[in-house]
Design a protein around this ligand. Structure first.
Ligand SMILES: Cc1cc2nc3c(=O)[nH]c(=O)nc-3n(C[C@H](O)[C@H](O)[C@H](O)COP(=O)(O)OP(=O)(O)OC[C@H]3O[C@@H](n4cnc5c(N)ncnc54)[C@H](O)[C@@H]3O)c2cc1C
Ligand code: FES
Length: 304
């Protein structure tokens, strides 16, 4: 029997539980050493109806771009050309606003019929060490706790596979793909990349405790912006709202203790280690963290 403790105090019991929360919030370490969080950016440009053949396009170069077409949603009967890319590891870019501009330039260079930008957004993908999702039993957990994560940019494919594979597992049926997507698998190839991603995390732990703070003064934070300040041994995530109100919470991520960074485009605190994201006031936007950034004076140990 799987037992789930809900935030409101209720206790739910089920024969099995599937955790499909993009990245698992119940797994503190195992899966998070095998995948890394990346931000990806998208602009939608209005294009004349039927001017572009519907297809999936993508770059094979390192500065990856992907292109989709959405019929009839660009206003005045036009289509929307969806152009994505400019990915970076979460918490590691300081030019997020310029990424939309670069995407737009790229789109106009390749699709001269593109009109005005009608949409733009960014999101987070989890990049697994070997490109395949993690679908199956949660490592180091009881057999009835299943996960689906590590989609990279292939949530449509992996979501479909997860529905089939997890149903078979729950029904006690064999599935030929179980080994391929097993969350407990170890890296056979891409070992260098696996080691590098984990070294990056180790470096974040070191940086969090040893480096100078991003800004030295609260007064230097503009309205609508945030910065991490050092106060003695503490690191403080300080946000100044548009009306001047200042919020101060601990900059230490409650998942495993890395230092969060300010994302000036999304106005969020993003953790570079495993991708947890928080509102300017410290509330959880996305896991693996399940608790908010602690108010100053109430700093606590990470969840581990
Ligand atoms: C910019 C961008 C472009 C993409 N393009 C494509 C594409 O062209 N093709 C493609 O196949 N894929 C694409 N993807 C990937 C795809 O969107 C994702 O892989 C997919 O949405 C992941 O699905 P999911 O259900 O695992 O997670 P999500 O869609 O993130 O859903 C997770 C859900 O869990 C909830 N949740 C989270 N934490 C908790 C918690 N603690 N308790 C309760 N609920 C919780 C969230 O609110 C959310 O509703 C793209 C992704 C991005 C960011
Ligand atoms: S998400 Fe793991 S330490 Fe922040």
């Amino acid at each position: 029997m799987a037992t789930i403790h809900a935030d409101d105090g209720r206790v739910l019991r089920a024969q099995a539980c599937v955790v499909a929360t993009n990245t698992p919030f119940l797994d503190r370490v195992a899966i998070h050493t095998k995948q890394a969080p990346y931000r990806s950016y998208v602009v939608g440009l209005a294009v004349p109806r039927d001017a572009i053949v519907p297809a999936l396009w993508w770059d094979t170069r390192e500065d990856y771009h992907y292109v989709r077409l959405q019929a009839g949603t660009g206003g005045d009967g036009r289509d929307v050309l969806i152009v994505g890319g400019e990915d970076h590891k979460t918490g590691e870019a300081h030019d997020t606003g310029q990424r939309f501009t670069r995407l737009e330039h790229w789109a106009r260079r390749h699709f001269p019929m593109a009109g005005e930008v009608v949409y733009r957004w960014s999101g987070q993908v989890m990049e697994p060490f070997d490109g395949l999702g993690f679908i199956g039993r949660n490592p180091a957990d009881t057999a009835n706790i299943l996960i689906a994560t590590g989609d990279s940019g292939m949530g449509m494919t992996h979501g479909t596979i997860a529905g089939m594979l997890l149903t078979d597992m729950l029904q006690g049926r064999d599935n030929a793909w179980a080994g391929l997507y097993d969350p407990d698998r170890k890296p056979k190839r891409n070992l260098r990349e696996y080691v590098k991603e984990n070294l990056d995390v180790a470096r974040e732990f070191a940086r969090g405790h040893l480096s100078p703070a991003e800004l030295s003064s609260e007064a230097a934070i503009a309205p609508g912006q945030g910065a991490v300040l050092r106060e003695g041994v503490a690191k403080v995530a300080v946000y100044r709202a548009e009306d001047g109100t200042v919020t101060r919470v601990s900059a230490i991520c409650p998942h495993l203790g890395c230092t969060v960074r300010w994302n000036d485009l999304e106005r969020s605190w993003d953790c570079p280690c495993h991708g947890s994201r928080f509102t300017p006031e410290g509330g959880v936007i996305g896991g693996p963290a399940v608790r908010p950034l602690a108010p100053m004076g109430e700093e606590r140990q990470a969840d581990l």
